[in-house]
Design a protein around this ligand. Sequence first.
Ligand SMILES: Cc1cc2nc3c(=O)[nH]c(=O)nc-3n(C[C@H](O)[C@H](O)[C@H](O)COP(=O)(O)O)c2cc1C
Length: 158
Amino acid sequence: MSVIHILKGDEPLAGHFPPLLFNVVYCSRATSGVDHAAVNRILESARLFNPAHGITGLLVFGSGIFFQWIEGPRKNVARLMSTIHADPRHENVVLLSEFEESRERLFPDWDMELVAAADIRDVLVDARNDAEDEKNAAVLTLMIEQLDSGQLSELSRA
Ligand SMILES: Cc1cc2nc3c(=O)[nH]c(=O)nc-3n(C[C@H](O)[C@H](O)[C@H](O)COP(=O)(O)O)c2cc1C
């Protein structure tokens, strides 16, 4: 368990059991006019807000589609998700999965990392290979399967 965990806001101290994490994964379509500059502004907000609320994750943007993985304390993630849901910079938000469990963070150092669509598979495979937590490895395997089976086809084509 890393020092980073000990520093994350409202989670239990590291060393005994992994924190209870709520995570949300969704896809959405960027509204017209949303370009890389707009995405950078989103990341600026995320990098201010997320660390202060124990939230980490990744954002993929390609071919006008967003894919985002968000994890952290349930209350904070749920509140952020309702803000994101109402954000006019995207529409057709489709929830891909949502669950809460006790495990390590998948991306503990990422306040909200932008990953190019072309790199998403490599990022997931690297994270799975490095995962010490079995549940994390299982979650990542599921995401890779979703990607490979075409459920996220817009992204893999990007
Ligand atoms: C695809 C997408 C992902 C976003 N991800 C985050 C995020 O991880 N953290 C965050 O604080 N804001 C994120 N935002 C921005 C929020 O929707 C919102 O604009 C921001 O939190 C500022 O909120 P406010 O306008 O109510 O102050 C995202 C927006 C979009 C369109």
